[in-house]
Ligand binder design. Structure first.
Ligand code: FES
Ligand SMILES: [Fe+2]
Length: 382
């Protein structure tokens, strides 16, 4: 039986209390990973950052997503755009990291692009028969902005972002994400499969063990919500206090506008395939889990706060409590995820059993299989 044959996955197709986990090869196989890239990451809307990463004209940030280098840059006209981060002469990668640039000069033969992606100078072009600058613009990448988040999509024929997200905004409106400010960004490289990290982010079963020294003792009633319509999941945690600071520490005020479920606790939102938003009473953080092969990923995390928090005279002191909490919890999740991968990444590993305590792990794994297995599943977002 091949690894894309649906008959090999009957164990996880059962209801969660009777279901098995994904077979270990789903986490370790190169072929399975390539299929995920092709059918999921190259077709989905992927979150890559916030508009406030590039607040002024000429500001940019770069991301490498499943091997494709992308630059997001705010043009002189104030508009944020995404381009393939590759020179149109002979392909050299143009920009690295984050920064500010009045013009983008290729480090190879000095072709120069403006901040709106137009080719402005092309040494050697006089010796190119029939070439005009207009045909050398940077290649645009589909990009949409939603609540201050920047999403990109590599598939020209995929539905628009609003269709992909369905009714997700209804759950999140009262946080006023658009006006939040990104205070900190942190990247870690993790030796694990991206799905293990996503699954971990959407189950509370591990909190009393993995996070016993950080946030594991916050009392909560947990409710799983499956996006319908929309490519998302929510794990709602009904609580009294924010989990964005360590137990015993106080933080900033509650966001006054919160309503509905947002006013009753935290919401952990998976935007498929690999972005988790943590929405709490006082702040929002998110992580993008970007695969670099079956056994490696990068976790790009960012922490966003209401402007009123930044205006407090004690901001510099109080924010340290949040930083301490995030550093500790991310280190705990990184470590358990690497450890899980190490236990699965060998020829004697076998599928295990899922519990009714991890319904969203079951939902995530089945969402992946719907897109990866033969025969081809219907397109994402439909
Ligand atoms: S590859 Fe960029 S100028 Fe030649
Ligand atoms: Fe965790």
């Amino acid at each position: 039986m091949g690894i894309f044959d649906p008959a090999a996955y009957q164990g996880i197709r059962r209801q969660v209390e009777r279901a098995e986990s994904l077979p270990p090869h789903c986490y370790s196989s190169e072929a399975f990973h390539r299929r995920e890239v092709e059918r999921i990451f190259l077709r989905a809307w992927n979150l890559v950052g916030r508009t406030d990463y590039a607040p002024r004209p000429g500001d940019y940030f770069t991301v490498d997503l499943v091997g494709i280098p992308v630059v997001v840059i705010r043009g002189r006209d104030g508009v944020v755009r995404a381009f393939v981060n590759s020179c149109r002469h002979r392909g050299t990668k143009l920009l690295d990291g984050d920064g500010h640039s009045e013009a983008i000069a290729c480090p190879y033969h000095s072709w120069v692009y403006d901040t709106q992606g137009q080719l402005r100078a092309a040494p050697g072009a006089k010796e190119m028969a029939g070439f005009t600058l207009a045909e050398g613009s940077l290649t645009p990448v589909r990009m949409e902005i939603w609540l201050g988040f920047v999403f990109i999509c590599f598939a020209q024929d995929a539905p628009p972002l609003a269709d992909y997200l369905g009714d997700l905004a209804d759950h999140l409106r009262s946080y006023d994400f658009e006006s939040m400010v990104t205070v900190r960004r942190a990247t870690s490289e993790v030796k694990t499969n991206w799905k293990l990290y996503v699954e971990n982010s959407m189950e509370n079963f591990h909190l009393p063990t993995v996070h016993r020294n950080s946030i594991g003792d916050v009392k909560a009633v947990w409710t799983p919500i499956v996006g319908d319509p929309g490519n998302y999941l929510i794990l709602h945690s009904k609580t009294e206090r924010s989990r964005a600071t360590l137990s015993g520490e106080t933080g900033f005020d509650r966001i006054p506008s919160l309503s509905g479920r947002a006013a009753e606790g935290a919401q952990y939102v998976l935007v498929y395939p690999a972005t988790v938003l943590g929405c709490d009473f006082d702040c929002m953080w998110f992580k993008q889990m970007v695969p670099d092969g079956p056994g490696r990923m990068r976790n790009f995390a960012a922490f966003c706060f209401p402007r009123t928090a930044l205006e407090r005279p004690d901001f510099a002191e109080v924010i340290q409590r949040y930083h301490r909490r995030f550093e500790r919890v991310i280190a705990e999740d990184n470590a358990i995820s690497e450890r899980q991968f190490a236990g699965l990444n060998h020829s004697l590993a076998r599928a295990g059993r899922l519990s009714g305590r991890e319904p969203l792990v079951h939902a995530i794994d089945n969402w992946i299989l719907d897109r990866v297995l033969d025969p081809p599943a219907s397109g994402i977002g439909q």
